[in-house]
Design a protein around this ligand. Structure first.
Ligand SMILES: [Zn+2]
Length: 92
């Protein structure tokens, strides 16, 4: 009777461990998939940022403003020194 119980217990524990290890590997696979997806999203975000930067650098409709805002903050179409204070204007 005692032997049978031990065999049953061993079987149950063994099955439990097997089930657990299967579950864990499944979760690990899912985690790896998610990680790969996140990496892909990060990569596309990087390339999007580069595109935005390139668009901003080549954009024709940029506006510039004096960094110290000395003349009620007028904006200009072209970079250069502020006509009032001579500070290099910054892109808005
Ligand atoms: Zn100025």
């Amino acid at each position: 009777m005692k032997k049978r119980f031990l065999i049953m217990a061993t079987l149950v524990v063994g099955l439990g461990l097997t089930a657990c290890s299967v579950d864990t590997s499944g979760l690990e696979d899912a985690a790896n998939d998610l990680e790969e997806q996140i990496e892909g999203i990060e990569e596309s975000a990087d390339s999007l940022n580069k595109e935005i930067e390139e668009t901003a650098n080549s954009g024709a409709s940029l506006t510039y403003q004096c960094p110290v805002d000395c003349d009620n903050g007028p904006v200009y179409d072209e970079p250069g020194p502020c006509v009032k204070c001579g500070e290099e204007m910054v892109i808005l």
